[in-house]
Design a protein around this ligand. Sequence first.
Ligand SMILES: Nc1ncnc2c1ncn2[C@@H]1O[C@H](COP(=O)(O)OP(=O)(O)O)[C@@H](O)[C@H]1O
Ligand SMILES: Cc1ncsc1CCOP(=O)(O)O
Length: 487
Amino acid sequence: MDFVANALLAIGAAPIMSEEKNELEEFISISNSININIGTLNDAFVENTRRALIIAKNFKKPIVLDPVGCGATKIRTEVSREFIRHVNVVCGNASEIISLYDDNKTKTLGVESQNTTQEAESSVNSLVEKHDITIIVSGATDIIARKGYTRHLSFGSKLMECITGMGCAFSSITAAFCAVEADSFQASLLSSAFYSLCGEQAVQKASCPGSFKYKALSIAGFDGSGGAGIQADLKVFSAFGCYGMTVLTALPVQNTTGVKKCYELPLESIKDQLEAIFEDTMPDVVKVGMLFNSKIVELVAEFLLKYAVKIPIIVDPVMVAKSGNLLLLPEAIETIKKKIIPISTIVTPNLPEGKALTGIGASTKEEMFTVARALLELGSRSILLKGGHLESSSESCDLLVTVDNNHEWLSHHRIITKNTHGTGCTLSAAIASCLALGLDIFDSCRIAKRYLSRALKTAQHQHVGKGIGPVHHFYHLWPTLSKIKEE
Ligand SMILES: Nc1ncnc2c1ncn2[C@@H]1O[C@H](COP(=O)(O)OP(=O)(O)O)[C@@H](O)[C@H]1O
Ligand SMILES: Cc1ncsc1CCOP(=O)(O)O
């Protein structure tokens, strides 16, 4: 509700939301348009809406219907089909619009569309024939149709799909456009173009839909110097607009010059941390980093197998720090292979880790292919084999391979810098963030690689500590802050 009201305020409209039957008439009389959103459907809502529709018709106010979840349940479909007969515009996603006409053509599982807007084309044509109204189907390509006229608009951004309430805000903005433009087709066309262009502009400024909706959990080791481990993961999650959470697995005492010693944590303390998170807040993604010994690997793998079945799991099989110190005991390598890799969505080893896991080394891109395929045999759905250690190459190439035989090289010219502490943690946490936001594995790896490359580049001449310094996790935010200060 706040989101919709704020969107309306932002365009200069004056929103009022009400379900109180005794004030309907007064509010409708002073409003310039009405938006019926069936998101919070119940008996009283249906009764009040029937009344509101009659009043609005008497006052000749334009009405926009958002048939939220039409097709998901019988009652939503029936109510939407009843209300459509009294409105000027219907604004829904493809599945909702298809279900409005024929519920045998789609099976929706909730409020998200299971169909493309193209698939809704014939239902739209039938609906505008049957009812003399404007239909908007929102999606990657919006369809705006009225009897005899159809327009397709393909602006917008994929990121808009990652924000809840975008559909509700769109239908309410369409209602606001109908308040100032009497031709409902024209108003809908302008509203669709305006909303999509707003999305495109917002993406220029915000690389992520920052909110607490997307939660990422890092199960990893400590780095008090702030460049790697759970500290880096929290920074990356935040940089991507995800809410970050952590479970600590081990306590290496380190700074930029290296790891001085590593304190083990009692196994029970790790189990307690995992239980505390999962009984309270289900993450959208889990990133696994340093696990130190086979007992911890087993504990984490068994826990995730039981409680994180539907969540993407990113495994960064951390073994040795850049400083040369061990972060995984050699006895744990077999357990990593047998227990944690098979339950993962993606594993992100560097070349030495790839060799430790498969026995195959790589010093060329062709050999990286062989290692990546051998890693896939261990049971993960995809592998991102990182080529940072292939120092003979002027490119820093990573190879993404998936079980369905797809692959892609992710490449960036090698940046001359000593500040590479935590690059592996940063990359895997960025992939985790993108997966939490709902992107697929290829887009997630591409975006993560671009983010890391920029974080490396912007930290090139920065100085933190006397040794291998960190990358710049907030390169895209800090200039914004200084701009705000200047204003
Ligand atoms: N000097 C560099 N310039 C650009 N990218 C780099 C550089 N060093 C590492 N990378 C990238 O950083 C990521 C982590 O690389 P790598 O060093 O292979 O793993 P790890 O940090 O786990 O040892 C990879 O995407 C790699 O290509
Ligand atoms: C992975 C990790 N987890 C806790 S500390 C640490 C250090 C590794 O960073 P780097 O290998 O980049 O020095």
